[in-house]
Design a protein around this ligand. Structure first.
Ligand code: UDP
Ligand code: MG
Length: 340
C-alpha cells in the first residue's frame, strides 16, 4: 500500500541513510552488495538516501546508480536528520524484506545471513543488539548507556536495550511502520511498538570505516527528547508531582514565616527568601519547560507537513521520481483508503 513502484517488488531492500559519507560509499557498496547477492541472488536493491550532504556523497551515489542497476539513489532537499532520511528510504524501497543499515559500516552487512535465517524461522523484525562497541569514545558509550536505561524507565513500551536502527524487517512490519505519520520519529521505538515477533541478533559494533560521527551531542539530545516525549507522558506526571511536592513545602514555609513574624520578632532573612525564590523559580521553569516540549511537538504535528522532501531519485532503467509524484501517489492512496 505505502510502497512506491510496488508493481515490481524485490526480494530484499537495503536502506542506507547517508550524510557526508563520501569516503564510505565505495566500501559500503562492495560489502553490502556481496551480502545482498549472497542472500537474494540478483533480486535486491540498495536504497541510498543522501540526507543533504555537503561533500561528494550525491555525485558518488549517482555514479554508483549509473554503474549498478541495483542501486537506487535518493536525494533529499536538505538535511532532514537520520531518522527522517531513513523514513524516506523506507518509503521508497520495494523489498519484501528490508535491511536498515548505516553507511559507515559500523554494523557488519555480513550479519544479514544470520538475520535472514531468523526471519525464515518466523520473526518479523530481527534487530541488532550491540554486545560491544568499538572505536567509540567513552563519553559516547556512557551517554548511550544512560540514555537507554532512562528510556527504559520512562517509556511504556519495551524498547530493547542497546539497539540502534540496524535491523531486518518484513514487509508486513514495514507497512505497519509506514502507517505512523508522526514528524518526531524514533524509529526503533516505533518498530518495537508495532508488536509482531521481534528477535535480537547480537553483534559487535565496529569502528567507523571512515570519517567522524554525524551524531554530535546536540543531535543525540534531540533524538533522546523525541524518544522520551514520543513514547511517554511520564515527564508531564513528574512535572505535576514536583509541583505538588513544592506546594506542600511552600505551605510549611508560609507557616514558618508567620510564626517567626509573630513570635521571633526577627528581621526577615535575605538568604532564606532568596533560597525560596530560587528553588520555586527553578522548579516552575522546569515544569513549564516540560510542558513546552510537549506543546511544541503538538504544534509541529498539527501542521501536518510532509516529514521529508525528496528532490530527486536516480535509478537505472526507471524514471526518476520526485516528491511531486510521491505526494500525488500518497494522495491517491489516501483517497483509496478513505473510499474503502
Ligand atoms: N546520518 C544521516 N543524517 C544525519 C546524521 C547521520 O543520514 O543528519 C546517517 C549517517 O550518514 C550514518 C547514520 O545516519 O549512515 C548514523 O550516523 P553516525 O554513524 O554518524 O552515528 P553514530 O554511529 O555515531 O551514532
Ligand atoms: Mg556510525
Amino acid at each position: 500500500m505505502s510502497t512506491l513502484l510496488t508493481e515490481d517488488m524485490a526480494r530484499l531492500s537495503a536502506v542506507v541513510p547517508c550524510f557526508n559519507e563520501e569516503e564510505s560509499l565505495e566500501e559500503l557498496h562492495r560489502r553490502l552488495s556481496a551480502a545482498c547477492a549472497a542472500n537474494a541472488g540478483g533480486d535486491y536493491e540498495i536504497v541510498l538516501v543522501d540526507d543533504g550532504s555537503k561533500d561528494l556523497t550525491w555525485p558518488k551515489m549517482q555514479a554508483l546508480a549509473e554503474r549498478d542497476s541495483h542501486i537506487v539513489a535518493v536525494k533529499l532537499s536538505r538535511n532532514h536528520g537520520h531518522q527522517l532520511a531513513l523514513s524516506a528510504g523506507l518509503k521508497v524501497c520495494r523489498g519484501s524484506r528490508i535491511l536498515i543499515i548505516d553507511a559507515d559500516l559500523q554494523d557488519p552487512p555480513e550479519l544479514l545471513d544470520e538475520m535472514m535465517t531468523k526471519m525464515d524461522a518466523g520473526a518479523h523484525v530481527v534487530y541488532g543488539r550491540r554486545k560491544e562497541r568499538r572505536g567509540e569514545t567513552r563519553f559516547k558509550r556512557l551517554t548511550a548507556n544512560v540514555f537507554y536505561r532512562i528510556l527504559d524507565r520512562l517509556v511504556e513500551i519495551d524498547v530493547p536495550l542497546d539497539t540502534g536502527d540496524f535491523r531486518l524487517m518484513s514487509r508486513k512490519a514495514l507497512d505497519m511502520l509506514l502507517r505512523m505519520p508522526e514528524q518526531h520519529r524514533f524509529i526503533r521505538g516505533m518498530v518495537s511498538w508495532i508488536g509482531l515477533e521481534q528477535v535480537a541478533q547480537d553483534y559487535v559494533r565496529e569502528e567507523r570505516f571512515a570519517g567522524e560521527t554525524k551524531y554530535p551531542l546536540p543531535k543525540m539530545f534531540a533524538l533522546a527528547f523525541d524518544a522520551i516525549t514520543g513514547f511517554s507522558t511520564k515527564p508531564l506526571k513528574i512535572a505535576s508531582y514536583l509541583g505538588f511536592l513544592f506546594s506542600i513545602l511552600a505551605l510549611f514555609g508560609v507557616l514558618y514565616t508567620f510564626y517567626s513574624l509573630i513570635f521571633l520578632n526577627t528581621v526577615a532573612g535575605w538568604a532564606s527568601v532568596m533560597t525560596v525564590v530560587l528553588v520555586l523559580g527553578g522548579i516552575q521553569l522546569l515544569v513549564l519547560g516540560i510542558m513546552g516540549e510537549y506543546l511544541g511537538r503538538m504544534f509541529m504535528e498539527a501542521k501536518r507537513r510532509p516529514i521529508f522532501l525528496i528532490e530527486d531519485i536516480v535509478r537505472r532503467g526507471a524514471p526518476a521520481k520526485t516528491d511531486d509524484q510521491i505526494a500525488s501517489e500518497d494522495e491517491a492512496n489516501m483517497n483509496a483508503s478513505s473510499a474503502r
